[in-house]
Design a protein around this ligand. Structure first.
Ligand code: MSP
Length: 517
């Protein structure tokens, strides 16, 4: 047997200064959906997520709660693992930067950077934002209402002057520009690539990569007065989980370089400038793609703790249902763009796409089979042009969806699948199987067979987004567990006439507004 192709996808690791919110759930969901898609498509997948636990921001948050940093990290990190389980995320590993394996990996990478002459000791004097964990040049700052200096993100900055190690980022300008140029799809969407490209073209300054004024982090090997800059520490997690520094290990050989680092648009610079520069300097292969998604607003407003409009993923799932929320987040906005979370839009998707379009199609056709065909997948007569047409639309979905997923056009992939759902509704209504019941029961059987077959294919095709609901649907038409991968789409897996169905039950309920009283 030939080895399966591999696919390594990562989420950013989440700061534990705060509990998980919709933004975190969104990034991980997008990776989960990509990971599930690839598994169904025959890949051996490693899907990594985790928590970013070092640095001044986390140290301060722990102190504010009167907690020891590790105890604080243990608690918040657990919330992220709970969220992963709750949202049915299929991550293969969960990394914490406070783990020993990660310390070993970071220190090994540091030594490589030092040995290759890319790190030197000097003094840093400049602006730093703890909230962003980022350094800023004077020219990037603006003035707040009270005259205080602010980073472009609106975060406050403070003046830092201390001994620091520097990474020779300036030496990697040309190599980075070549990378963007030669592999035009390494940073997506294109607008983000242009943004990082012009940042690099504007000239890179060496990067301060250690701090001495606090202690919550990984010590610099050979000089433990210095703590590594939290971003060097954090980015290295992607290597750690792939077995670094053991580059000869099976896992590293199989999964490095990563196929996709999925990130939010706010952290592209770290992933598409600093990270590839570190890797090139250490002689390590570069990731194949950094994809930056957009941000969610809540009913048109920026989500922030101070506005009190943070969306808790646990709450919305409790109200709308897990697969419903998964579907909405992936379907509502072109992946890469910003999106607005609104209750109306959510309810609309649930009632229109799920309950009406797919739910009714499945429920109506399967209950007709259950009632009128002895509860068995009907026999088929000769196919008409309409039958052939809708079947070939379903059979032709995978290559289209696969191509869209190659570019992380997740919402377009769903749109393409739903076009067939909607055409199948038109087919079903046009064939009027309920009228055929009296006039031509054999023809009715064929129409119901064709519809159930399309439902089977849609069921398999939506498993990557709505795994539980899809499986419920496939259970009803008795699709065996090992026949739910993409190699069973199309003619390969056609339903077998005569197989007894399970009693059909609605899989996608309508959202009915809870009674306010
Ligand atoms: N710890 C760093 C990442 C280190 S990766 C080596 C970090 N953590 S974070 O917890 O602040 O953010 C993690 C992700 O959540 C980012 O990709 C960010 O874009 C995403 N989101 C935070 N708020 C968001 C929205 N309102 N909408 C969508 N995603 C958002 O940055």
């Amino acid at each position: 047997m030939t080895a399966k192709p591999s696919f390594y996808i990562t989420t950013p690791i989440y700061y534990v200064n705060d509990i998980p919110h919709i933004g975190h759930a969104y990034t991980t969901l997008a990776c989960d959906v990509m990971a599930r898609f690839k598994r169904l498509d025959g890949f051996e997948v490693m899907f990594l997520t985790g928590t970013d636990e070092h640095g001044q921001k986390v140290e301060k948050s722990a102190a504010a709660k009167g907690k020891d940093p590790l105890e604080f990290c243990d608690e918040v990190s657990q919330r992220f693992r709970d969220l992963a389980e709750f949202m049915n995320f299929s991550n293969d590993d969960f990394i914490r930067t406070t783990e020993e394996r990660h310390k070993i990996s970071c220190q090994a990478l540091w030594r490589k950077l030092e040995e290759s002459g890319n790190i030197y000791l000097d003094k840093y004097a400049g602006w730093y934002s703890v909230r962003d964990e980022a350094y800023y040049a004077e020219s990037e700052l603006s003035e707040g209402e009270g005259g205080e200096k602010l980073a472009p993100t609106g975060a406050p900055v403070e003046w830092v002057a201390e001994e620091s190690y520097f990474f020779k980022l300036s030496a990697w300008e040309d190599a980075l520009l070549d990378w963007y140029e030669q592999l035009p799809e390494t940073v997506l969407p294109k607008s983000r690539k242009n943004e990082v490209k012009s940042f690099v073209e504007g000239g890179l300054r060496d990067l301060s990569v250690s701090r001495t004024s606090f202690s919550w982090g990984i010590p610099v090997p050979g000089n433990d007065k210095h703590i590594m800059y939290v971003w060097i520490d954090a980015l290295t997690n992607y290597l750690t989980a792939a077995g670094y520094p053991n580059v000869d290990s099976d896992i590293f050989q199989k999964f490095w370089p990563a196929d996709i680092h999925m990130v939010g648009k706010d952290i592209v610079r770290f992933h598409a400038v600093y990270w590839p520069a570190f890797l090139m300097a250490a002689g390590i292969e570069l990731p194949k793609r950094v994809f930056a998604h957009g941000w969610w607003t809540n009913e048109g407003q920026k989500i922030s703790k101070s506005l009190g409009n943070v969306i808790d993923p646990f709450d919305i799932v409790a109200e709308f249902g897990l697969d419903q929320v998964r579907y909405f987040l992936m379907r509502e906005v072109p992946f890469g763009n910003d999106g607005d979370f609104s209750r109306n839009a959510m309810i609309n998707r649930i009632n229109s796409d799920l309950a009406n379009d797919l739910g009714n199609l499945a429920q109506r056709s399967l209950s007709m089979i259950f009632k009128n065909c002895d509860g068995q997948i009907p026999e088929v007569g000769a196919f008409t042009a309409e039958d052939e047409q809708i079947l070939s639309q379903a059979d032709g979905l995978l290559p289209q969806v696969r191509e869209l997923m190659e570019r992380q056009s997740i919402n377009k992939a769903l749109e393409t699948i739903w076009k067939v759902v909607s055409d199948c509704n038109v087919y079903f209504a046009g064939q009027e199987p309920w009228a055929l019941k009296k006039t031509d029961p054999e023809r009715m059987g064929t129409v119901l067979y064709v519809t159930a077959e399309v439902v089977r294919q849609i069921g398999i095709l939506i498993r990557f987004v709505m795994p539980d609901s899809a499986d419920k649907l496939l259970d009803q038409i008795m699709v065996a567990d090992d026949k739910r991968g993409f190699d069973n789409l199309g003619i390969a897996g056609r339903l077998t006439s005569g197989v007894a169905l399970n009693k059909p039950e609605g899989v996608f309920p309508r959202y009915v507004k809870a009674d306010a009283s």
